[in-house]
Design a protein around this ligand. Structure first.
Ligand SMILES: C[S@@+](CC[C@H](N)C(=O)[O-])C[C@H]1O[C@@H](n2cnc3c(N)ncnc32)[C@H](O)[C@@H]1O
Length: 231
């Protein structure tokens, strides 16, 4: 597999995730030192889903980010463009209605969802601003968006340690636990190139999302950005 560069050619990104699908969830738990579960719980709380609501989980991968939303009573539609991730997800969680679709041309009608979320996916999309506009299109007026993405630790000494951990340890640990260590070198590089909390908030607002705010998790390793589609 060719390593996906930061210009993110969609077929390379999809192929990269096809390659890591089988061990994706395990690798996540190991590399995040167990924090991934806390982050998923925080997404569910931030999205504040009510039973029966229609929720799009975009870039859902194997559906691990979708399951807590389903358990909270939502009708969740996990959508991803990596058939490898979807296949693994379908085998492990056959009850989830997984959909193949591209974030830049979602196969859903205008206003189809009460809420949408995207966990650790927006960073990988070739045109982030177009994806934010497409999410706005498929959410009804008054509907919510929660973006869960790696961000910038806010405390400078921790930020330094974190960048060292990312740059040096992560690809090495990934070599031990993942079938596709290059994918994790890409992960480290793409996290460094990603906008900080305020920068991403501006991108949401520019795409048309209202009431934009964010909350840091794990000291800003991850941030949850929240937006509302104006009524
Ligand atoms: C790091 S995984 C996150 C999976 C899941 N949301 C989670 O939290 O475990 C990122 C996912 O984004 C998907 N992805 C990237 N670009 C996409 C696009 N343009 N359309 C749909 N899915 C995309 C990849 O295929 C991959 O499954």
């Amino acid at each position: 597999m060719a390593r996906a560069q930061l210009d993110k050619q969609p077929h390379e990104v999809a192929a990269m995730f096809d390659g890591v699908a089988e061990r994706y969830d395990l690798t996540n738990d190991v590399l995040s030192l167990g924090q991934a579960r806390l982050w998923r719980r925080a997404v569910r709380e931030a999205l504040d889903v009510r039973p029966g609501e229609r929720v799009l989980d975009l870039a859902a991968g194997t559906g691990t980010s979708s399951e807590p939303l389903r358990a909270a009573g939502a009708f969740v539609v996990p959508t991803d463009f990596s058939l490898g991730m979807l296949r693994t997800g379908k085998r492990r969680q056959p009850h989830l209605p997984l959909v193949a679709g591209d974030a830049l041309r979602l196969p859903f009608a205008d206003g189809a969802f009460d809420a949408a979320t995207i966990s650790f996916g927006l960073r990988n999309v070739a045109d982030v601003d177009a994806a934010l506009r497409e999410l706005l299109r498929v959410v009804r007026p008054g509907g919510r968006l929660v973006v869960c993405e790696f961000s910038h630790p806010t405390w400078a000494p921790f930020r330094t340690v974190y960048v060292e951990y990312l740059m040096r340890a992560l690809p090495r640990v990934a070599r031990a636990v993942s079938s596709e260590p290059d994918a994790y070198a890409y992960l480290a590089e793409s996290i460094r190139a990603w906008p900080d909390q305020a920068g991403l908030a501006r991108r949401l607002a520019a795409a048309g999302w209202g009431s934009v705010r964010w909350r840091d998790l794990t000291g800003g390793v991850v941030a949850l950005h929240h937006g509302v589609r104006a009524g």
